[in-house]
Design a protein around this ligand. Structure first.
Ligand code: ADP
Ligand code: MG
Length: 216
């Protein structure tokens, strides 16, 4: 589903990604761990095609959707307009409206259709961003720091939300510095350190995955 081969990305003479190689099967949930500045967002941007490796190659099969760390909702549009804007551009029929209504209901946003993003909580904005992404029926979901700044209860909500996406069979790559969250969520964790792959593990297969990753 995703194949990353010897990827290198250089900014200002420094390799921010250096010889990154891994492959991911369909429906797998991959955690991209690493300290701030280790290259997680750069790798996600390359997977989405928002940035390009200087060398190496990336293959992603199917439609890819990116949930940005700051969600990037259109501030001048309501929840409903945010969600139907892109599908409405390319689709003269009205079937996208039915789909949008179902997604908003599934994500508990029915009461917020006419609200502007500024009047939503962080968790609600995240759900709008997810609904907007799911409108394209993605095969791959990329998620950048979905739990940043959230309290413990809200992290559990994000876990539940992303598990509902997993149940749709979507392949996911989730970048986060939060090892607790990633070990709860992911089938596999790739740890980036200064742009290189320092570990590639299945957290359920080893006894103390967090300790293991901390010592790499
Ligand atoms: P992470 O998401 O793991 O915190 P990033 O991928 O955002 O890391 O950044 C990795 C490194 O690349 C950082 O040192 C950052 O300053 C640098 N970097 C990221 N994007 C750019 C850019 N567009 N131009 C120059 N340097 C960048
Ligand atoms: Mg980042």
């Amino acid at each position: 589903m995703i194949k990353v081969t010897h990827v290198r990305r250089i900014f200002g003479g420094t390799a921010v990604l250096d010889d990154v190689t891994f492959a991911l099967e369909k429906s797998c949930v991959l955690g991209l761990a690493g300290a701030s500045g280790s290259g997680k967002s750069t790798l996600l941007r390359c997977l989405q095609g928002l940035d390009f490796p200087d060398s190496g190659s990336i293959q992603c099969s199917g439609r890819v959707c990116f949930i940005f760390q700051d969600f990037q909702l259109f501030p001048h549009m309501t929840v409903w307009e945010n969600i139907v804007y892109a599908p409405a551009l390319g689709n003269k029929k009205t079937d996208y409206a039915k789909r949008a209504k179902k997604l908003l209901k599934d994500l508990g946003l029915e009461a917020k259709l006419d609200e502007y993003p500024v009047r939503l909580s962080g968790g609600q904005r995240q759900r709008v961003a997810l609904a907007r992404g799911l409108m394209i029926d993605p095969d791959i979901l990329l998620c950048d720091e979905p739990t940043s700044g959230l309290d413990f209860a809200s992290v559990l909500d994000v876990v539940a939300l992303l598990n509902s996406v997993r149940d749709r069979g979507v392949t996911m790559v989730i970048a986060s510095h939060d090892l607790d969250f990633l070990t709860q969520m992911c089938d596999r964790i790739v740890l980036l350190k200064n742009g290189t792959v320092a570990a590639d593990i299945s957290p359920r297969m080893i006894p103390s995955p967090i300790d293991y990753l901390k010592h790499q």
